[in-house]
Design a protein around this ligand. Structure first.
Ligand code: NAP
Length: 302
């Protein structure tokens, strides 16, 4: 099976970036797209995010070999049901959702009898919407495929090759493991960022202008993450509840241990941890997953 026609449902950051990356890296593949929001469809047309922006989801998928759902995880089931009757037999249906078990169940229920291979490109920014997409979003980033146990191997390979064509590196794992790994590498960090920024803005003894003025001390790096799309992140926490709560329990225990170390003046415990965490940062840079320039490449670093 070769992919000649791709339909993208949801033309925001992820959907738009797939369309632009295809245009740049695989111009032979025809692209169609649909978004529920007419304003998004208008911007998608202006930015040429896909070859044809369709007025209905059915029209978008009618001739597709591959359909990729790029909507918030809580909307996956409804978005799939909206094109179910028009979906060609044999087409691969995939998605880019940030949690996988919940999405796999929603898609299987909405599209019985069809080939569903969920995926998650671990690439993004704090921006959202049809203006936010760019063609290099997936370059050198990991894309995790979570095929169900009975998935046809050749179709999994077709999807893996599709993502390799967009510049991504491929990993395959089961949906539950994905959800646990991403809970700790993505979902909990977002929850911590939302919390610290919320706490700072609710303080009575420190003014809002002081928080903003002195943000270069560390706070501003949390605000980048905490500026992420509220709908997307609400859905991620509700759909990955089990793994997030499990990891949050571990995190709370570790935080309590640090609290104890600070209270009892146990500098060795603090130093040992900070030493280990520094090594993790070095590994991320060596893997090419972040910028090694000081202060994340900011020119005005202090
Ligand atoms: P986005 O920029 O907000 O785009 C999502 C688009 O889907 C919006 O235009 C939205 O329209 C539209 N939409 C919602 N329900 C729909 C439906 N039923 N049918 C058709 N279109 C619908 O979001 P995104 O950042 O691209 O995220 C999309 C998916 O990618 C999410 O599942 C997210 O978990 C995943 N993801 C995101 C990132 C990231 O960093 N942002 C990274 C990896 C994966 P309205 O705004 O009008 O609702």
């Amino acid at each position: 099976m070769t992919i000649n026609r791709v339909a993208i449902i949801g033309l925001g950051l992820l959907g738009g970036s797939i369309g632009l990356a295809l245009r740049e890296r695989a111009p032979g593949i025809a692209t169609t797209g649909f978004d529920a929001d007419p304003n998004v469809r208008a911007v998608a047309t202006d930015r040429d995010l896909v070859g044809t922006v369709c007025e209905t989801p059915g029209e978008a998928v009618a001739e597709a070999d591959l359909v990729i759902l790029c909507v918030p995880v809580g909307a996956m089931g409804d978005a799939a049901r909206a094109f179910a009757d028009a979906l060609p037999e044999g087409a691969i249906v995939s998605d880019v959702g940030s949690s996988k078990r919940h999405v796999a169940e929603a898609l299987a229920e909405a599209l019985p009898g069809h080939t569903i291979i969920p995926a998650h490109p671990v690439a993004g920014t704090e921006q959202s919407g049809p203006e936010a997409g760019f063609a290099t979003l997936f370059a050198n980033r990991w894309c995790i495929l979570t095929p169900p146990a009975d998935a046809e191997e050749d179709k999994v390979e077709v999807l893996a090759n599709f993502w390799r064509g967009l510049g991504a590196r491929i990993e395959i794992m089961d949906a539950e493991h994905h959800d646990l790994v991403l809970a700790v590498t993505s979902h909990i960090p977002h929850l911590i960022a939302y919390t610290i920024v919320g706490t700072a803005s609710d303080l009575e003894d420190v003014t809002r202008s002081e928080v903003i003025k002195y943000s270069a001390g560390g706070f501003r790096d949390f605000t980048r993450i905490a500026a992420s799309d509220p709908v997307m992140w609400r859905d991620v926490f509700l759909s990955n509840k089990t793994a997030v709560l499990e990891m949050l329990g571990r995190f709370t225990e570790d935080l309590t241990a640090l609290q104890r170390a600070i209270r009892s003046g146990d500098g060795d415990t603090l130093h040992d941890l900070f030493d280990r965490t520094r090594a993790i940062r070095r590994s991320i840079i060596e893997e090419g997953q972040d910028d090694e320039r000081p202060d994340f490449g900011r020119e005005d670093h202090i």
